[in-house]
Design a protein around this ligand. Structure first.
Ligand code: AMP
Ligand code: MG
Length: 518
């Protein structure tokens, strides 16, 4: 039986185990401790837009139907046993140490537990905290919708991630300058309920290391180890194993991003989870017209530090920052090297295997890497949609479509004869390689559809949903939620969503690129 948030079993292990800021004043400042007590800000007219029944059932939480229940998810009221707080952490932003950052627009209500599992419940966009610096701590509906869909899509693709339980419109406008071009606009505000067993980041360790606060770093480490890595405690060198485990998890995470074309957009060390999950969805995108140098983040444009092709390298750079902060806790040079080597090995092996499976190859042949390299330049030169390419490839091999209609459905370019020849040339080599699988085309195509989703979440979809919501309808929002919960299902191929980004979206702000402004 599902229950109200008020009747859940609360344990609040983070606040029990770590040190609170002695001041409960809520104004921007430097905080020496692990977290600050802070209450969410009330909102004028909360409305529930989306509820994640699947996750609610896992957590044994009922959908908030009454106003008093909804108030827990809008921040207007708190469950009796909740002990709301904002985390303190630092981070490297765009390659530079940024000092204290912390939860500037997220407040954790506390942690609930059921049958040995536990979840932190966090309200994102619920008002200012001591870490809000110059921000208002609020979030706009557009970005909250994006985080809701993206985190749930990643979950259903099998990519480690924080999750989204509820999305509430606040009835209040929030002012944002979408392109930092001096044209601020009022937009509807929202509060997203995010769920994870922990929101601790690489930057949580970095902050106390930079401040030379060894005791606080040790306390944080003890908590993380006991709560999330208990099997490492008995070991002679838990910090080494801890680092290696995070390296392993991060390798899996980044390989998963690469296989589905997910570009996080802001891989600062404060946005890297110590559980190896995707965290803090900002200006992310699933790549459309393929390019290794694609970044969805306008702020990242000058250097493209966080572009698709650099994600594996940046994750390693971030792991190196984490390692430096673990030095005081006993991480040796050997431990550091061991972790980084594991990261490189696991990422590289998984990445190769994932792309082979995307192409329908189960055998490992020496010619495969060359074929993949040729594929990347083909995708880039012909401006082909990454998701549609692999999904339609499983149709082309069954001769359900020909190469001309394949290009017409998947390329953003005005197609020439030469383009078609280029594609056909690659397809010929690909089909020759396929013969060496010695499996039926039927079987290959079926397996390809299990690893290549029919649908990913695209920015233009946010635009359509926001348009619907301004007219008071949730039809497309709910339809899309159903789709992203089952992204490999063949039935979506016959819907209007199985298309490349429509032309109108190229001219619509926020449909091809985004800023961090949310
Ligand atoms: P991000 O790169 O979006 O993860 O954010 C970096 C830092 O800025 C974090 O400490 C956030 O909590 C903070 N931040 C971002 N947006 C806001 C906002 N609207 N109000 C307050 N703090 C914010
Ligand atoms: Mg962040």
């Amino acid at each position: 039986m599902n229950k109200s948030l008020n009747e859940a079993k609360w344990v609040n292990s983070y606040t029990h185990s770590l040190s609170p800021d002695p001041s409960s004043e809520n104004h921007p400042r430097e905080v020496q401790e692990h977290y600050s007590w802070v209450k969410p800000t009330r909102v004028p007219d909360p409305k529930l837009l989306l509820w994640n029944t699947q996750l609610g059932n896992q957590m044994a939480l009922e959908k908030p139907l009454s106003t008093s229940e909804l108030f827990y998810y809008s921040g207007n009221e708190q469950p009796r046993q909740a002990k709301p707080f904002a985390q303190n952490y630092g981070g490297h932003q765009f390659g530079h140490w940024a000092n204290q950052l912390g939860d500037g627009r997220a407040i954790t209500l506390g942690e609930i537990t059921k049958e040995g599992q536990s979840w932190e419940i966090q309200l994102k966009g619920s008002g200012a905290t001591p870490y809000s610096r110059r921000g208002d701590g609020k979030a706009v509906l557009r970005s909250s919708l994006r985080e809701f869909y993206a985190s749930e899509l990643n979950y259903n693709l099998g990519v480690a991630t924080t999750r989204a339980l509820a999305l509430v419109e606040t009835g209040e406008s929030v002012i944002r300058d979408l392109f930092y071009d001096g044209n601020p606009k009022e937009e509807p505000g929202a509060v997203l309920t995010r769920i994870s067993s922990s929101f601790i980041r690489f930057g949580s360790f970095e902050l106390f290391s930079y401040r030379r606060e060894r005791d606080k770093a040790q306390k944080l480490f003890n908590y993380v180890l006991e709560k999330f890595y208990p099997n490492l405690i008995q070991n002679d060198n838990p910090v080494e194993l801890f680092f290696e485990t995070i390296c392993t998890r991060t390798a899996h995470l980044i390989a998963d991003w690469m296989r589905y074309g997910f570009v996080h957009g802001v891989m600062n060390t404060d946005n890297m989870s110590i559980l190896g999950q995707t965290i803090d969805y900002g200006p992310y995108a699933w790549i459309e017209d393929f390019s290794l140098s694609f970044t969805p983040n306008t702020t990242d444009l000058p250097g493209r530090r966080y572009c698709y092709g650099r994600q594996p390298y940046i994750a390693q750079w971030n792991l190196e920052r984490l390692a430096i902060s673990l030095k005081d806790l006993g991480l040796t040079t050997e431990g550091f090297q061991k972790g980084i080597e594991s990261y490189q090995k696991i990422f590289s092996e998984k990445n190769k295997k994932d792309f082979s499976l995307k192409l329908g190859f189960e055998k490992k042949l020496s010619e495969d890497e060359e074929l993949k390299l040729q594929l990347f330049s083909l995708l880039e030169n012909l401006e082909i949609d990454f998701t549609l390419f692999f999904r339609l490839l499983s149709k082309i091999i069954k001769k359900e479509i020909d190469s001309a209609s394949f290009l017409q459905k998947s390329s953003y370019k005005k197609i020439t004869e030469t383009d078609l020849d280029t594609l056909n040339f690659w397809l010929k080599a690909y089909q020759n390689r396929m013969l060496k699988e010695e499996r039926s085309i039927e079987d290959i195509s079926l397996n390809m559809k299990k690893v290549n989703p029919a649908i990913i979440y695209r920015n233009y979809m946010t635009h359509l949903i926001c348009e619907d919501l301004s007219q008071g309808t949730l039809n497309r929002a709910e339809e899309l939620f159903a789709i992203i919960q089952d992204p490999f299902n063949e039935k979506w191929e016959s819907t209007n969503w199985f298309i490349k980004r429509p032309d109108w979206a190229n001219q619509t702000p926020g449909c091809t690129m985004l800023s961090c402004s949310s």
